[in-house]
Write a new protein. Structure first.
Length: 89
């Protein structure tokens, strides 16, 4: 677009993000903690937290999982896809 500098979108406030593709971060249901203090991991952690917040809002409650419940709202028992607690249909 002609600008001399390009903003690093990994350092943007999550509240300003309208849509995200999880290729870099992996899918939220992989229950990855992204706990390293790196720009990419901080962004992924925030995006995944928002995804689980929306899920909790959809279900009207948090899950019962014990893996980092403040991050995953109780929908993960442990790291990895097998730790994810799916929505009950």
């Amino acid at each position: 677009d002609g600008r001399d500098e390009c903003e690093d979108c990994r350092d943007i406030d999550v509240a300003e993000i309208s849509t995200a593709h999880f290729t870099l971060c992996q899918k939220p249901w992989s229950c990855l903690p992204h706990s390293q203090d790196m720009l990419q991991h901080r962004l992924c952690r925030k995006l995944h937290h928002e995804w689980f917040r929306v899920r909790a809002d959809l279900e009207g409650k948090n899950g019962e999982g014990q893996f980092q419940p403040d991050q995953f709202f109780g929908f993960c028992n442990h790291s990895g896809g097998r730790g994810y607690i799916p929505i009950k249909a």
